[in-house]
Design a protein around this ligand. Sequence first.
Ligand code: PAF
Length: 275
Amino acid sequence: MTLLVHTKADLAKARTALAGRVAVVPTMGALHDGHRANLKRAKEIADSVIVTVFVNPLQFRPNEDLDKYPRTLDADVAMCESEGADLVFAPSVAEMYPEGREGLTSVHAGPDGELLEGASRPGFFTGVLTVVSKLFHLTRPDAACFGEKDFQQLAMVRRMVRDLDMGIEIVAVPTDREADGLARSSRNVFLSAAERAAALAIPAAIEAAQASPDPLAAARRTLAAEPGLDVDYVAVRASDFGPAPQRGPARLLIAAKAGTTRLIDNAPIVIGEAR
Ligand code: PAF
């Protein structure tokens, strides 16, 4: 039986009753099969699982989709229940930020947080790291599961946990994809049929990159051939999000808009080797 709580006080009470190793799965809700993979992984690595459902206003800029971000709490709780989660914490904005945003103490990423997503969405990682550190303090987990789809976020969270000595194991869960290769995302529901077809250039670019000794050029070519996509960035970083190596294993990261919907994806690549 999954217990749903909305307040920090109820969470604290319920948390003390959880036995053994505890894993948390932080989410913004609108759970899909990608989240389900995170829930399953959490269940494998811990005795008790807490899922947080909170659409965090701090990580949205005024022109972004905070208001229309899908909110499906009943279905989210049902999925948590079916995956054997013990607790769902779904606070209100006032519960999380009772003193508002003005003067709020926050957690800033280092310089890597200014790149890619951080460059396109200034303040994004401050919003993410601030809420994730609050959620860690509130849920007191031994481990936390994050999807690899948000690869830079995963790297920023790992770095925060090391830098601030949080002592929480961060577990990466591979990206779950739809049958045609599109990475699962809560934002996919916004895509029209034509936009969804255009979005398939993203997994196609990844496939081309993985088959090429020059992955960046191959990905750029594939994306440029799709007029329905507005590419934000195509970039290569090291597998731990450090600077890209000259050769060998690395990570390709892509962000692009299909219509008004911003999509991100990433995958492992090898530089300098034909495959
Ligand atoms: O990846 C997300 O859903 C969010 O960025 C997170 C980690 C739940 C923080 O709000």
